[in-house]
Design a protein around this ligand. Structure first.
Ligand SMILES: C[S@@+](CC[C@H](N)C(=O)[O-])C[C@H]1O[C@@H](n2cnc3c(N)ncnc32)[C@H](O)[C@@H]1O
Length: 576
């Protein structure tokens, strides 16, 4: 798609650079920040707001307005977070530089009533404070949510910062890169984060309104984001168009996308205007996600990575990851973590509630039935949700695919942990200089070889990893010669029947990142306890063989293979 108008009538205006500067100054003076608002309304009311409960904040604001000299901070909170109405005088007082007229010229507020009965104003959009470690305090405009407006959401709704946006921002591995792509930018949230470590970001969307919101947000936050408002293109290109069409022929070091992955029943009568663009890519089933898995590696530079969120259908009788594996093109490393599984019924309820479609009873019944019919037509048993990490395999190395289900709580931000795990995998896969000893066998259920030989991991803990569902990189490094350490967040747990001589269950637990738990055999537990950097892994395994009277040829190689898995999963780390 070609050029497009920077200013869109139905979105915040970027036609008044001076007013944007005034607004930023007024908002800063009001201390309209995450911390400022939380302090003002109280932590409990603020937490309620984040659970979409407005009443506690509304009560605080109403009480403040009854005070002799109310804090002006009550004005933006009532206006943009609660969706209340305010008078022109109240707005002029709280925004002394911008004024109510300035806010209206920026299309952030609307008059209430018609033709012009009084001086009341209400929010035209939401303007919410946001705080990130890299950029500090920002303000982000998006469409008013279901709570602040009546009826079903508009179909071209521009999403604010939601749970999925934050999840993607937190799982993103953030190396310094030259070029990054934010596919389906919405209000621009991923782009703000990318600007802290990418020289240049291309942000795309199929919605001109979304791009107008992103432009407004970039210009309003130009200072903290390190942007020259007069030369936005030097750091960010905004491109209108579908999926990869606006970046045809380009390559990126990093791609992030929270795509419109919500599976939606299709109908022959529907038009693009009927679709909720913010979540529905207009394709049947999970075709948006399958298409992205197949095509994204094509826009990655060698060694470049892509991270996205997605839903996938799991047909009856198939493993959850079978179809995902089929979608991946040659030469792509992939690590896919399934975080959640819903039944077709749960899925329909979640997404009908999301757009407030449950407010219209007759339409709700019909759409619910449509969902169930749609899933049944493809024999869908359940729907998975999870994180997808892709890499254009660097330098002709053999590609690997790793799919695992981790449904327990993880520690966010996960990005640094995922990045470290990939580095450890690369370290294991790379051939080390040194002697030729027995290599750790890290192959799982993938094209690289047979199933991993590992101890029985079926323990009492449902979070215990199942190695048969985890595929690893091809081995290269000979652990015989390596010094290993127990990672700093790892603890050991032993369970013993009363009166038993030895523990029946030995678990290793990670306190950080993916918070894995793994079951150890006695010899592996002995191996781990000796990993303090004094002896090589080969020396430890050899000493254990003597100690335990194990003289079979497989004992040491098997132990080193299991140690390799512990390195990959982050229980053990290479000594520096
Ligand atoms: C779930 S929202 C994500 C917004 C934002 N990136 C975030 O992380 O919150 C998906 C975005 O993709 C856009 N979108 C929908 N269909 C698209 C398509 N075919 N090509 C590009 N963007 C699309 C929507 O307009 C919306 O802004």
């Amino acid at each position: 798609m070609g050029g497009f108008d920077a200013d869109v009538a139905d979105a915040p205006s970027v036609l008044h650079p001076g007013l944007l500067e005034s607004l930023a100054a007024d908002l800063a003076a009001l201390n309209y920040t995450v911390g400022g608002v939380a302090d003002f309304v109280g932590q409990e009311a603020y937490a309620a707001l984040n659970r979409d409960q407005l009443v506690p904040v509304l009560l605080v604001c109403e009480e403040e307005l009854r005070a002799a000299a109310p804090s002006p901070l009550v004005v933006p909170i009532l206006l943009w977070l609660v969706g209340g109405t305010l008078t022109q005088d109240q707005l002029d007082l709280a925004f002394p530089i911008t004024g109510a007229d300035g806010l209206q010229a920026l299309r952030l507020i609307d008059p209430v009533g018609a033709p012009v009965p009084d001086t009341l104003r209400r929010a035209a959009v939401e303007l919410r404070p946001y705080s990130s470690d890299a950029d500090g305090d920002l303000w982000v405009a998006s469409d008013l949510g279901a709570l602040q407006r009546p009826g079903v959401l508009r179909h071209d709704h521009v999403l604010g910062i939601g749970g999925a946006s934050l999840t993607l921002a937190q799982i993103t591995v953030r190396p310094r890169v030259r070029t990054a792509l934010d596919l389906g930018t919405g209000c621009g949230i991923q782009t703000f984060h990318l600007l802290s470590h990418a020289e240049h970001v291309t942000a795309t969307d199929i919605s001109p309104r979304a791009l107008a919101f992103t432009r407004f947000n970039l210009l309003l936050n130009a200072g903290p984001l390190g942007i020259d408002p007069g030369a936005l293109d030097a750091r960010v290109s905004l491109r209108l168009g579908s999926l990869l069409e606006p970046v045809a022929g380009q390559r990126f070091d990093l791609v992030v996308s929270n795509p419109p992955f919500v599976i939606t029943p299709r109908s022959t009568e529907e038009s693009p205007e009927d679709q909720f663009t913010y979540r529905d890519g207009g394709l049947p089933g999970d075709d948006i996600v399958s298409g992205l898995l197949a095509s994204l590696p094509g826009v990655l530079a060698e060694g470049g990575t892509a991270q996205l969120l997605g839903n996938w259908e799991i047909p009856a009788g198939r493993e959850w990851d079978e179809r995902l594996r089929e979608w991946l093109p040659e030469g792509t490393d992939a690590w896919i973590i399934q975080r959640e599984v819903q039944s077709p019924l749960q899925y329909a309820e979640t997404w009908l509630r999301d757009a407030a479609e449950n407010r219209d009873r007759a339409a709700y019944f019909k759409r619910y039935a449509d969902y169930l019919g749609d899933f049944a037509s493809r024999a869908v048993d359940s729907v998975g949700f999870g994180y997808i990490w892709l890499r254009r395999t660097p330098g002709g190395a053999p590609a690997w695919v790793r799919c695992e289900e981790i449904t327990h709580e993880v520690e966010q931000p996960l990005g640094p942990h995922l990045g470290a795990a990939v580095e450890r995998g690369d370290w294991l896969a790379s051939a080390a200089p040194g002697g030729a000893g027995t290599q750790p066998d890290l192959t799982g259920r993938d094209e690289n070889g047979p199933d991993l030989t590992a101890p029985d991991l079926t323990g009492p803990d449902q979070n215990v990893a199942n190695p048969n569902r985890t595929n690893q990189q091809a081995p290269g490094r000979d652990l015989n010669w390596e010094y290993l350490l127990v990672a700093g967040d790892v603890t050991e747990e032993r369970h013993q029947r009363p009166g038993a001589e030895h523990p029946g269950v030995i678990l290793l637990r990670q306190g950080a990142g993916l918070r894995r738990t793994t079951l150890l055999s006695t010899e592996l537990a002995g191996f781990v306890s000796a990993c303090d950097g004094d002896l090589t892994a080969g020396q430890i395994a050899g000493a254990l063989a003597v100690l335990l009277g194990e003289d079979g040829p497989d004992f040491v190689p098997d132990l080193l293979a299991m140690a390799g898995r512990l390195v990959l999963e982050g229980f053990l780390i290479p000594a520096p």
